[in-house]
Write a protein that binds this ligand. Structure first.
Ligand code: HEM
Length: 936
């Protein structure tokens, strides 16, 4: 006897009837009711088309309706209404927003598999329960978004309900039997009630949130409620929308219709691809070709459907051979014609998907074979000849979830490729070129170790005499020590190349087109500021040109009074604290932060200083939420959409900041248009003016910045300018507190240049000793310890070839401490080394880069040096300072290099400005300095 194909096993009874006995259209008896079996393509098409005559079957076991009543069971106008409201939830645009949820669920499953495989290269596994759990998870996340946990509970209950009901429905239905007080019936009712209560709870909560405008509408429930609300609003009548009970049923249906079907498609796909290794390889090659190393991106969905030709054909062929729903049932309610047959009222009809899919007249002699190639030219082409188009294409297209299914599988594959195949190949590629580095570890690379080492390093302070590199650069330092100056480590599945070679650094800083700023890192970071620092190409050129005038020395002059005011406020506070005492202990770090923040608010927004201050307070909170070691090192695509408390707060703040900045800009633009007096001395004024000039010169708006661009630039001024200058100042104070001789020399210089007058721009530009001190502080404590770059195509760097997508870190701090450049005293504080200027000591190499270099050098360096000089002069002329016994030396780099435990100093009041003693000091200082012969 020939071996039976799976189809014969599944459908033995009908197959026998239809093929050997009665014919393609025939009938059998289910108790006293006839069931008509239809496989004729024309008749199937007729039935699909006349959905009003051929309705869904009713009157079977009513327990079945407890599972889900929604769209699949409603008819007529009700069906039209439900379908119209639900349709938007499955629109490709909406599905895009569900991609992160697909990803998270796939990721969980893949991790489990990798865990099982940790010790072995292969293992035996029953993938079916894994796939059902994953699809169930996908549906819970996409259906209920932020209420995922409650959603999961609902679906667990639905699963139990399905098992109980399907068991009950297998026996012949005796009307009323569902009311019998059997154990099973009682449990069924209890679960049905609990599910309803839970779904109602979620919906009520969501409706309340929607009313107060506080929720995301990216999940199925959100989209459904939104679409329902719009429908009601459009018609001005509730009856055009769904009731809460309808919504409950639709939610239950999402699970019932979407979970098991997807799981079966996936499991049969895996089984068939396991049997047909050539197709498995074709599919893998295609996935690699289409996605390569690209990270999953939201906009990929629609492209993906068109690009995955092989995978698409594989799915179509799996759906043909193993359709998740093997037959559909319809019923007629009056005598109805079907083809040339008259069917009596109440007839039950089965449309045999599976029989059609196995008809050799349509599919050819290889009908039972797995051959995805038959779908290469699409479904319609294949079935057109046989007039079956309506059947197969409808079965496939009607299911709004097909895109959904493809995405799940494609993302699972991309994930595997992203976390294993690509990194392993890259590692080999780098090693083959002689680069050394750590070995790639699945998914996390070195991240866990990095976070551990950073955490350990940050637990305790170090001694003042200790080397700060192991604490600040921790993992990088040990990698460079072990593997050499240029080496690589792994930030998740991406390698990071550490580069300290000066020639290579110079090459990268000069060639800003090939070595771009890093993208694809956690997109939350972009919420902090997107402007100039993140732009590339023509956009960067345009922005830099318009912003440049704002930082021109001529313009900076006008900002001196603002610097003075902010600084004066801080000095007054310190004086107040010292009112009763001649000295006090103080953590100067928060004071310096507040002051630089204040300076930026004043210089950026001038008259709108108070609103500016609020913006910067919010930006600060945002930065604290976003900038964590984990967020920076390891971004899980889509994780920013997870409804965590922190993500929610981040979004609220980002929106508030944007609104506030927009408010200030709108006000200023109106003032400018009305030619009302408005200052053009602040950064915003200069920027708007320069923008206006640029547009006027070209006679075209596209040469200027939009309001959105300007908002981002304003946010960037704060982000790039505040903390950097604060850290420069705090380390200057810490170093001058240790090196009293340099503190005295700096004070003498300040007193000599300004005496008792307010610091002005000319004087600040004359400060040679203070300038050298700042240069040395920026060498030893560069606010930004490394610069990050990325390649977008295979790119040469020195004698290395870097693969596309390489992340590179240019190590400012390592270069600044290199004894081969700076000599044996590289770790010592010695401003004298800059006596003959920077280029003399660096011999023109890119080894001193606190402000970066090349065309993208810091635009704000003159601004920050002026700020810093003003502050130091004011502090020095009012106070002397030394380290407090409670000072803990703990430099730590979180974007900028900060003092982890603050900067506790003992501050002493100098005799009052204007006192005899001070005047004497001024005179002495003048004599001292005129006798010294310092050149910069
Ligand atoms: C001590 C203070 C400062 C330090 C050490 C510093 C450092 C840097 C560095 C290293 C870069 C280059 C980043 C890279 O190439 O990836 C940079 C860029 C930049 N900085 Fe600064 N910065 C400081 C102050 C400021 C201030 C006060 C502002 C503005 C108010 C500012 C605005 C910018 C901007 C807009 C860029 C991007 C330039 C571009 O890409 O064209 N910085 N800064």
């Amino acid at each position: 006897m020939p071996k039976k194909c799976h189809f014969e096993v599944v459908f033995t009874f009908c197959y026998t009837l239809i093929d050997d006995w009665i014919g393609k259209n025939c009938f059998t008896w289910a108790g006293p009711k006839p069931i008509l079996h239809i496989t004729d393509p024309t008749m199937i098409r007729e039935m699909f088309g006349k959905y009003e005559d051929f309705q869904k079957a009713k009157g079977s076991n009513p327990l079945l309706t407890l599972l889900a009543k929604g769209l699949v069971l409603v008819e007529g106008d009700q069906w039209v209404k439900h379908r119209k409201i639900i349709n938007p939830a499955f629109h490709v645009e909406k599905l895009k927003h569900m991609v992160p949820a697909f990803y998270v669920s796939c990721d969980e499953m893949i991790k489990k598999w990798e865990d099982t495989l940790k010790e072995e290269s292969s293992c035996e596994m029953d993938v079916w329960p894994h796939l059902t759990t994953m699809t169930s998870d996908v549906i819970s996340r996409t259906a209920f978004g932020s209420s995922f946990v409650e959603g999961k509970k609902i679906f667990e209950l639905q699963r139990e309900l399905a098992e109980l009901i399907i068991t009950a429905s297998r026996s012949i239905y005796i009307p009323g039997s569902q009311f019998l007080p059997t154990k099973s019936n009682k449990r069924i009712k209890a679960i049905a009630q609990e599910v309803k209560g839970l779904v109602r709870g979620i919906i009520d909560k969501r409706v309340t949130e929607m009313k107060s405008g506080k929720c995301s509408n990216d999940d199925l429930l959100g989209i459904l409620l939104d679409s329902n609300y719009k429908e009601i609003k459009q018609h001005g009548n509730n009856k055009f929308g769904l009731s809460i009970d309808d919504v409950i049923e639709e939610c239950k249906l999402f699970y019932f219709a979407g979970q098991e079907t997807t799981a079966t498609l996936l499991v049969w796909t895996m089984i068939l691809l396991a049997q047909h290794k050539n197709w498995q390889d074709h599919a893998r090659d295609e996935a690699l070709k289409v996605f390569g190393e690209k990270k999953p991106a939201i906009n990929v969905l629609s492209d993906m459907l068109s690009q995955l030709k092989i995978i698409n054909s594989v799915f179509l062929e799996v759906l043909r051979l193993y359709p998740p729903v093997v037959a559909m049932t319809r019923m007629i309610h009056k005598e109805t014609k079907l083809g040339d047959i008259n069917l009596p009222a109440g007839s039950l009809i089965q449309l045999h998907t599976m029989l059609s899919h196995y008809d050799p007249n349509i599919w050819g002699d290889d009908v039972k074979e797995f051959n995805p190639e038959r779908f290469y030219e699409g479904v319609s082409k294949k079935v057109q000849i046989c007039n079956l188009r309506a059947n197969v294409s409808m079965i496939i297209r009607v299911c709004g979830g097909l895109g959904f299914l493809l995405v799940v599988l494609a993302y699972a594959w991309r994930f595997y490729n992203w976390v294993w195949l690509t990194p392993k190949n890259t590692e080999k590629f780098l090693r083959d070129q002689g680069l050394k580095g750590t070995s790639y570890k699945f998914l996390f690379g070195d991240v866990i170790e990095i976070v551990k080492v950073i955490t350990e390093a940050s637990l305790k302070p170090i001694n003042l005499a200790d080397d700060i590199l192991p604490r600040v650069l921790s993992f990088v330092h040990s990698s460079v020590t072990t593997h050499g100056k240029n080496c690589f480590i792994w930030a998740g599945p991406k390698p990071i190349l550490h580069i300290t070679d000066p020639t290579m650094i110079q090459e990268m800083l000069g060639n800003y087109e090939d070595f771009e700023k890093v993208k694809g890192a956690n997109p939350l970071i972009a919420l902090l500021a997107k402007g100039l620092a993140r732009l590339e190409g023509d956009q960067w050129v345009k922005h830099r040109k318009i912003i440049n005038p704002a930082f021109h020395v001529e313009k900076l002059k006008h900002m001196i009074p603002a610097f003075y005011m902010s600084c004066d406020e801080m000095i007054k506070k310190w004086e107040d604290t010292l009112k009763e005492e001649s000295l006090c202990e103080m953590d100067v770090w928060p004071h310096l932060q507040t002051m630089t923040s204040d300076m930026i608010s004043r210089t950026a927004f001038g008259s709108s200083f108070m609103e500016g201050k609020r913006i910067f307070e919010l930006q600060r909170e945002l930065a604290n939420l976003i900038i964590t070691p984990f967020n920076i090192l390891f971004y899980i695509p889509g994780s920013q959409f997870l409804p965590t408390k922190s993500n929610k707060r981040i979004k609220v703040i980002a929106q508030e900041v944007t609104d506030l900045v927009r408010g200030i800009i709108d006000k200023r633009v109106t003032e400018m248009k009305n030619e009302k007096y408005c200052s053009k001395d602040d950064l915003l004024g200069i920027l708007l003016d320069s923008n206006y000039e640029e547009i006027k010169q070209h006679g075209n708006n596209k040469f200027g910045l939009s309001i959105g661009d300007i908002i981002e630039e304003c946010k960037l001024f704060y982000f790039a300018g505040q903390e950097t200058t604060a850290t420069l100042l705090v380390w200057t104070m810490v170093l001058l507190a240790q090196h009293k001789n340099w503190q005295d020399r700096a004070r003498n210089e300040a007193l000599k240049v300004f005496g008792e007058r307010k610091p002005d721009i000319d004087g600040l530009n004359q400060l040679k000793i203070i300038n050298k001190i700042f240069l040395e502080v920026l060498r030893l404590y560069p606010p930004i310890v490394a610069l990050a770059r990325m390649t977008h195509k295979e790119t040469k760097l020195g004698n290395l070839t870097l693969p596309a997508g390489s992340l590179i870190q240019l190590h400012t701090m390592l270069s600044h401490y290199d004894p081969s450049i700076w000599g044996d005293d590289a770790k010592e504080f010695n401003p004298e080394r800059f006596s003959e200027g920077v280029s003399k000591v660096t011999k023109g190499q890119a080894v001193y880069i606190p402000f970066g270099g090349g065309p993208r050098v810091c635009i704000g360096q003159n601004f920050s040096m002026l700020e810093a000089k003003m502050t130091l002069v004011m502090i020095l002329s009012h106070f002397s300072f030394e380290l407090s016994p409670s000072y803990s030396h703990a430099p730590r780099s979180i974007i900028t290099l900060q003092p982890q435990f603050g900067a506790h100093l003992i501050i002493r009041k100098l005799s009052g400005v204007g006192s005899n003693e001070n005047t004497k000091k001024v005179e002495n200082a003048r004599t001292d300095l005129s006798s010294s012969n310092i050149t910069i």
